[in-house]
Ligand binder design. Sequence first.
Ligand code: HEM
Length: 70
Amino acid sequence: MIVRRGFSPPPTYHDDRLRNAPVGHFFDVISNGFGKMNGYGAQIQPADRWAIVAYIRALQVSQNPDQNLR
Ligand code: HEM
């Protein structure tokens, strides 16, 4: 929906750059934003941000079971 209204599209989690990104990258993007994406550090508690990061990793591994985790 946001892309139809002019946002740049968010990237897939399943490319090599984001597969190889350390967990801290996702925590930083959620906390501070990235490019056109707003930060959510004010609304999402740190423990919940780490839980979201763990879920992103689970999604990545579900599509690429042999990846090396960082
Ligand atoms: C907790 C919720 C969210 C998480 C975990 C998340 C995560 C991410 C990640 C990992 C990226 C890619 C960063 C990179 O390329 O290295 C990204 C980009 C992006 N996200 Fe989110 N995001 C969240 C919420 C949102 C929301 C609510 C919106 C829109 C209202 C949004 C819009 C975007 C856009 C437009 C980009 C691309 C930004 C750019 O390349 O300029 N995100 N997000």
